[in-house]
Write a protein that binds this ligand. Sequence first.
Ligand SMILES: NC(=O)c1ccc[n+]([C@@H]2O[C@H](COP(=O)([O-])OP(=O)(O)OC[C@H]3O[C@@H](n4cnc5c(N)ncnc54)[C@H](OP(=O)(O)O)[C@@H]3O)[C@@H](O)[C@H]2O)c1
Length: 288
Amino acid sequence: MVELKNINSLYHLNNGVTIPCVGYGTFRTPADVAEQAVADAIDVGYRLIDTAAVYGNEEAVGRGIKDSGINRHRLFVTSKLWNDHRGYDKAKQALDETLERLQMDYLDLYLIHWPANEKQFGARAAEINAETWRAMEEAYHEGKIRALGVSNFMPHHIIELMKTAEVAPAVDQIEVHPGWPHVEEVKYLQAHNILVEGWAPLGGQGAEVMTNPTILQLAEKYDKTPAQLCLRWLIQRGVLPLPKSVHKERMVQNTQLFDFEISDEDMQKITALPNLGGQCADPDAVDF
Ligand SMILES: NC(=O)c1ccc[n+]([C@@H]2O[C@H](COP(=O)([O-])OP(=O)(O)OC[C@H]3O[C@@H](n4cnc5c(N)ncnc54)[C@H](OP(=O)(O)O)[C@@H]3O)[C@@H](O)[C@H]2O)c1
């Protein structure tokens, strides 16, 4: 187990690339806010920045990174291939467009945002994911991407992908927060040396995670905020949280996670909480 001392303590991915143990999320951060928000996030210490083509803010995120004055090589930048660019040719195009918008010549991590599923694509779903992955592998070998990953892939999607993949995913980014712990999936991924990133670690917008009485009571017990308690619960499970905030004081708060430890008993209490809202989507049931 790696000893994590601050948000930029590093995990080693399965290809040897290192990644900070906490990242900064940009979902629902509008383009006109994202530039300043990302510059602020880097200013308060974040080095892992998570964006996606579908967020519509890659250009602003790229500008925020430039504004920060921090050398690109000291940052870890992730983006994701959106669902309308699946398949070999479109995936290649998607990556080039993302790099162009970010004004970068490589990404640290590129993810398939959602697996093509059988509900929409029937028996072709697995082949579509395999073809998308093949394009990403080529870009990886060309040096345009330092690590490859997936998002919202459940174990059975990974098993299917590995039938044709040459490069195993280094990361799977899935929804993880109190009330949606994804216990079995996290166990499977970690056993297969795939780092789990947790999206919506605070439950996302509108969830009841941070007003849940157990969360409030435990936050008080540890003299921490509900957000800090949630993020620490992910960290102690070996899951990399990606909190999003456009407020600088919250960005800072969301980094102060390394001066307390949740007991095993309290970890289990949090893991056992019922569904408290969030997106909680089944990747095999979505139709986007
Ligand atoms: N791969 C995927 O399919 C996927 C899906 C969703 C998200 N993601 C990634 O994961 C990141 C995080 O998920 P998310 O943005 O949905 O949700 P989140 O980080 O769980 O929650 C963000 C919400 O919590 C608020 N917040 C942040 N810090 C707080 C604090 N200390 N105290 C109180 N409220 C706080 C934010 O408000 P303010 O901004 O107003 O502070 C915002 O409304 C995204 O930004 C994105 O990068 C990936």
